[in-house]
Design a protein. Sequence first.
Length: 342
Amino acid sequence: MTTLLPTTTAGSLPKPSWLAQPETLWSPWKLEGDELVAGKQDALRLAVKDQRQAGIDILGDGEQTRQHFVTTFIEHLDGVDFEKRETVRIRNRYDASVPTVVGAVSRPKSVFVDDARFLRAQTDQPIKWTLPGPMTMIDTLYDAHYRSREKLAWEFARILNEEARELQAVGVDIIQFDEPAFNVFFNEANDWGIAALERAAEGMTAETAVHICYGYGIKANTDWKKTLGSEWRQYEETFPNLQRSKIDIISLECQNSRVPMDLIELVRGKKVMVGAIDVATDTIETPEQVAETLRNALRFVDADKLLPATNCGMAPLSRDVARGKLQALSAGAEIVRREILG
Ligand SMILES: [Zn+2]
């Protein structure tokens, strides 16, 4: 990639209203059967068009083919019973009724590879594909089989690696693993979570990224953030080990969050996806606000390693707001590009 400051998104974009209820997480599909398959592809095409029109450099599918960033992947695996549900605490924050691991987990066939091939056919620009990370996956399940969070995480890491290798083979340039759990379970992340993530990324020639955010779209996450005080220093716990890991890109949130920018220094040498777009407000950033966030980040990350991005997925926003934010991201990056190139 030769573009300076290549822009990208964390992952999701709003879905069209004819595909799923807008501005909601877990929204049920409005189509079924062959119509749903075609509808998802049309939505993916529109997501690509919106990104291209806004001038985004590394394109994603806007997660148009999945209902949830973790569950949709798990639904395709054997060993998990979605009828058998137990209530567990998610990321130490809220209780949810979750599916049960009832046997050895495996991936009978690829999950997103057809969708990724479809995305590849839409553009010659670099593409990024998102998968859940192993630690975040285990945190949304009740495990009645392995009875060990670590053991289940390693099994998921193996399965994720199978999927990642196939995604790479159909032309995905960057595989991103979403690991918000790294901001909660520091000890586990450092003991085995980061190692499991490296297992998921093992043997990749595509670049690999890890997205670590504070969570959006549900009240429990908003309430939790209120308890974190004036400085959010959670990244401090895992960044030193991530800096030493084989993961190429670290994705974090910087816009309107209380994360001290200098924590990026802890992953010096890695590429950094700097969240310069707040996904928790309908207010569209000005290009100058985006530029200011990027300038701040440039004090701690070299210009050739900075990827301007969104804080997190934009699924809960309206399509107009999301488009406006993509344009602001692109325009803000362009301001800073010109400053750097003189
Ligand atoms: Zn996120």
